[in-house]
Design a protein around this ligand. Structure first.
Ligand code: ZN
Length: 349
């Protein structure tokens, strides 16, 4: 095995501070595996870090990439459940405090001390990454590497739509923001039985809104907020959406969500946006709306999504737009940022 590897490194907070660097292959501890990456998918949060616009603390320099699949190249001495050659996907909480009340109660995604791959510790946009056994799931042969690398964003969407929110058959569901997470949320809402399913973007989202329709959206809008409100009034009894999933990368869309949700409905916010939002929350009270954030995922969500990928219930062909070598990272990042493609997957080289 070679001793060094090419890695995509985010080295400083300034916009554009990402480059390929030669790094040593990492050592592992006894309860970790050395994972040979086969596919690493680009996330909106990788783009945020590329632009220096993220809302979370980054341990510079850090190898990007937290959505990945690969083979166990070497297992530490205390690793019991996995062996060399196993096909695996990895969760994202690379470091958690085992004594935190959140970890002890199984909600390790909410541990304040949690450090994730790609910002807190070195991620997977490279050939090898060290992964604690705790993060691993076996990957059935039926799931190809590229699809497998999308397990993580599928888990984000499943947790937001199917665990933290409730969709009953026939419910009106609105998704704001047709980025990868928004589109996957729309797909989960469809699978959960949504009736009218409306995905809202901006004119630059034309391609992604087309994908939303392929995934089962009954309508897509790229119109100003007032037109969206008018459109919702024409659906069902006219009182608005049972569930709004806000997957936009800005805070201001929450106002639109409040306008679109029906009295007694729910807004689940899953898109990050560091900017403040200057509007009244009074509609939240007047409509007695449930507003919640949804973050990350936990073990049972991973097992469920993997089984949905293996059975074919979860079809990601229209989401997975491009597969490229790691050396082509920049064109993939730029194309995703511009909304020309939904999701690109990088293969290490
Ligand atoms: Zn992600």
């Amino acid at each position: 095995m070679s001793k060094s590897m090419l890695a995509l490194v985010n080295y400083a907070p300034q916009p554009g501070s990402v480059e390929l660097r030669e790094l040593p292959v990492p050592d592992i501890s006894d309860d970790e595996v050395l994972l040979e990456v086969q596919a690493a998918s680009i996330c909106g949060s990788d783009l945020h870090q590329y632009q220096g616009l993220q809302s979370w603390k980054v341990n510079y320099p850090v190898v990007l990439g937290h959505e990945f699949a690969g083979r166990v190249a070497r297992a530490g001495h205390r690793v019991k459940g996995f062996k060399d050659g196993d096909r695996v996907v990895s969760e994202t909480a690379a470091v958690v405090d085992p004594n935190s009340p959140f970890v002890r109660s199984g909600r390790y995604n909410l541990d304040p001390g949690r450090l994730g791959f790609g910002y807190g510790v070195n991620g997977a946009m490279t050939k090898f990454v060290r992964v604690p056994e705790r993060c691993l799931h076996l990957l059935p042969d039926a799931v190809g590497w590229e699809q497998a690398s999308l397990t993580e964003p599928c888990c984000v969407a499943y947790n937001a739509v199917c665990v933290n929110s409730r969709v009953r058959p026939g419910d009106t569901v609105v998704v704001i923001g047709p980025g990868p997470i928004g589109l996957l949320c729309a797909l989960m809402a469809k699978l959960a039985g949504a009736g009218p399913l409306v995905v809202i973007g901006v004119p630059a989202d034309a391609k992604r809104l087309r994908v939303a329709r392929q995934l089962g959206a009954t309508a897509t809008l790229d119109a100003p907020p007032q037109e969206a409100v008018g459109f919702l009034k024409g659906l069902g009894d006219g009182y608005g959406a049972d569930l709004v999933i806000d997957a936009a990368g800005v805070s201001a869309t929450l106002k639109l969500g409040l306008d679109l949700v029906r009295p007694g409905g729910c807004i689940t916010k899953v898109g990050w946006g560091p900017q403040p939002s200057g509007f009244s929350l009074d509609p939240l009270i007047a409509k007695a709306v449930t507003l919640q954030g949804s973050f990350s995922h936990t073990w049972p969500v991973w097992e469920r999504v993997i089984s949905m990928l293996a059975s074919g219930q979860l079809q990601l062909d229209s989401i997975l737009s491009r597969v490229a070598d790691l050396s082509d990272w920049r064109s993939c990042f730029d194309a995703m940022h511009a909304g020309e493609i939904v999701k690109a997957v990088l293969r290490p080289c």
